[in-house]
Design a protein around this ligand. Structure first.
Ligand code: FE2
Ligand code: FE2
Ligand code: FE2
Length: 167
């Protein structure tokens, strides 16, 4: 792919991904405010933006085999843990931004687990096996991630078991 087209598709992938996530959150907000029709609209169009993002990702050639995708995921999570969030946290500290500090803390604690879990999964897949897991539990408040056994209480944010989503 020519350089400029590649850059454009990367930008479009970012924009469509963000629009999809924004609309999903706008949908939840509309639901809370008692506008189920608007909630439906945001949810549906969020999905359309996800389709656009997925098409751009494919056109870029960034959708590879699972073992490579796991390495891409490991690299991304590791970058967030080792470089991105520590530096963002330093700035948030400097600027006394408490809400940002909290959302950064919640994210980085989960990303550490994600990196490790993906590493385990990659070593299984590299041996031709699937990742051996029953359930994955995600804290809806902070994104803390647990495999197989849900904690009584989230160790990162303190939310109770009711706040966990099961996959
Ligand atoms: Fe779109
Ligand atoms: Fe993550
Ligand atoms: Fe949590």
């Amino acid at each position: 792919m020519r350089k400029m087209t590649e850059k454009n598709l990367r930008d479009a992938f970012s924009g469509e991904s963000q629009a999809s996530m924004k609309y999903l959150n706008f949908s939840m907000q509309a639901e809370k405010e008692g506008f189920p029709g608007v909630a439906k609209l945001f949810k549906a169009i969020s999905f359309a933006e996800r389709v656009h993002a997925s098409n751009h990702l494919k056109a870029l050639g960034d959708l590879k085999k699972t073992v490579e995708n796991l390495q891409t995921a490991i690299d991304g999570e590791t970058f967030e843990v080792e470089e991105m969030y520590p530096s963002y946290d330093a700035v948030a500290n400097l600027q006394n931004e408490s809400e940002a500090k909290k959302s950064i803390h919640y994210a980085v604690e989960a990303e550490k687990l994600h990196a490790k879990i993906y590493m385990d999964a990659k070593s299984q897949v590299a041996e031709g096996k699937d990742f051996d897991v029953k359930n994955v539990y995600i804290c809806k408040v902070c994104g803390y991630t647990a495999l197989n056994n849900a904690p009584h209480k989230c160790p990162v944010c303190g939310a109770s078991f009711d706040f966990f989503e099961t996959f």
